[in-house]
Design a protein around this ligand. Structure first.
Ligand SMILES: *[C@@H]1O[C@H](CO)[C@@H](O)[C@H](O)[C@H]1NC(C)=O
Ligand SMILES: *[C@@H]1O[C@H](CO)[C@@H](O)[C@H](O)[C@H]1NC(C)=O
Length: 147
C-alpha cells in the first residue's frame, strides 16, 4: 500500500490563495480612481507676463452645468473683491466691484486680463456652485513683470 502524495497539496493551497488575493487588492487599490474627482486647477497662460500684455487664468476640469461662478481678487470671498460673476439661469455675466474694465470671463470659467499692470500680480480665487448646490473654490496666481 502506498501513501497518496496529493494529500499534502491542500495544506499549501490557502496560503497561495491569500497571497493572490492580497496582491489583487493592492493592484485594485492602486488603480482605483473615483471618476468624479478630476481636480479643478488654474494655470496662468503664459506663466509670467510682461505688463501691458494679456494673460489668461485658465481653469481646467471645471464641472459641467455649474449653477454660478465668480472670480475674486485675493483669497477672500467678499463683494468688494468680486471681479466678475456668471449665473447659469440667466446666462448673464456681471462685472463686480473689483472689475477694472480689463477682465473678461469665458463660459468655460477662464478669466482673461488685457493690458496687465504690475498691480495685477497676486492671487485670484474662482468660486463655483455645482449642480448639487455644493460650493467650491480654486485659487490661482498671476505674475506681471516690468519690461
Ligand atoms: C476657454 O475659453 C478661452 C477663450 O475661448 C480659451 O482660450 C481657453 O483655451 C478655453 N479653455 C480653457 C480650459 O480655459
Ligand atoms: C494700458 O494701461 C495703461 C495703464 O496701465 C494705459 O496708460 C494704457 O492706455 C492702456 N493701453 C490700452 C491699449 O488700453
Amino acid at each position: 500500500m502506498e501513501w497518496e502524495p496529493h494529500l499534502s497539496i491542500p495544506v499549501h493551497r490557502p496560503i497561495i490563495h491569500l497571497c493572490l488575493l492580497s496582491s489583487l487588492l493592492v493592484s485594485l487599490l492602486a488603480f482605483w480612481n473615483p471618476p468624479t474627482t478630476a481636480q479643478v486647477t488654474t494655470e496662468s497662460v503664459p506663466p509670467n507676463v510682461v505688463k501691458g500684455n494679456d494673460v489668461l487664468l485658465r481653469v481646467h476640469n471645471l464641472p459641467e452645468n455649474i449653477l454660478a461662478c465668480g472670480w475674486f481678487r485675493g483669497t477672500t470671498i467678499e463683494p468688494s473683491n468680486q471681479i466678475i460673476s456668471y449665473a447659469a439661469h440667466s446666462q448673464e455675466i456681471t462685472p463686480g466691484a473689483a472689475h477694472t474694465g480689463r477682465e473678461t470671463l469665458y463660459y468655460n470659467g477662464s478669466l482673461l486680463f488685457q493690458n496687465t499692470s504690475l498691480e495685477d500680480t497676486g492671487d485670484y480665487t474662482l468660486q463655483y456652485v455645482k449642480i448639487n448646490a455644493q460650493i467650491e473654490r480654486v485659487t490661482g496666481q498671476l505674475r506681471v513683470f516690468g519690461e
